[in-house]
Write a protein that binds this ligand. Structure first.
Ligand SMILES: C[S@@+](CC[C@H](N)C(=O)[O-])C[C@H]1O[C@@H](n2cnc3c(N)ncnc32)[C@H](O)[C@@H]1O
Length: 216
């Protein structure tokens, strides 16, 4: 059963203040010094996989789309459980005229949306509560919004089977204690198996503590 309290804890941390420091903290410092996955690798993942009709699930500040989006992005749908994230990312990405929808990815999605050709899901799975099989329900909820042959891509910070440095260990302890992360049991095998059960083609790579994936 869905633990509403755990779902809320995983996104309630994103206030206007925390979002104002998010890019520096996550994409500036943590990716480099803790997770050891350079932000340029994430931006490259977006540049390589963004289609003209894109849906982003779990938008944060909209940083990656801002860096990677090009004029060929003609339709952009942003989904998030947190209104502050939608508002901030919506303003930042206003040039793409985004459609904003406040939704919980762990519950069936109700918005009646035309299917897209690509879906981004970055740094969301490690936030979601539950085992990997429960987290991946988010993907099951997104699949009806993907056209045939559409690509799902993104990244997630793993909690098991990695070699975290001191900074990464401290952040994993802190964020899991606060319920902002729920990734103690997340490993490459569970992610890879879950994606392969759902998609024909799966590419998955590990960089530092991060799994980067692409599935069609
Ligand atoms: C760590 S941030 C990642 C933001 C962005 N993708 C990035 O890489 O910078 C996680 C995002 O997922 C959203 N989120 C967390 N749990 C969610 C849920 N159950 N449903 C929808 N969005 C959720 C948060 O509000 C936040 O915007």
């Amino acid at each position: 059963m869905l633990d509403e309290n755990a779902v809320a804890k995983a996104h309630a941390v994103y206030t206007p203040f925390t979002l104002s420091i998010y890019d520096v903290l996550v994409h500036g410092l943590s990716n480099r010094f803790a997770w050891r996955c350079p932000t340029r690798r994430l931006i490259a993942l977006y540049r390589d996989n963004l289609s003209s009709h894109h849906l982003e699930a779990g938008v944060g500040t909209g940083f990656l789309l801002d860096r990677a989006g090009t004029a060929r992005l003609s339709r952009l749908v942003l989904l998030d459980a947190n209104r502050n994230c939608l508002d901030r990312a919506g303003r930042r990405l206003a040039r793409f005229k985004p459609e904003l929808h406040q939704v919980n990815l762990l519950a069936p999605l109700t918005p009646d949306l035309a299917p897209v050709n690509s879906v981004g899901l970055t740094y969301v799975l490690h936030c979601l509560p539950g085992r990997m099989s429960e987290k991946l329900k988010a993907i099951d909820h997104l699949r009806p919004l993907m056209s045939k042959g559409a690509t799902l891509f993104g990244a997630t910070i793993l909690g098991r089977g990695i070699a975290p440095n001191r900074a990464a260990s401290a952040l994993l302890d802190l964020y899991n204690a606060k319920g902002v992360f729920n990734n103690r049991e997340d490993d490459m095998a569970a992610l890879s198996d879950g994606l392969r059960q759902r998609f024909d083609e799966v590419a998955i790579a590990e960089e530092g503590c991060v799994a980067l994936f692409r599935a069609t």
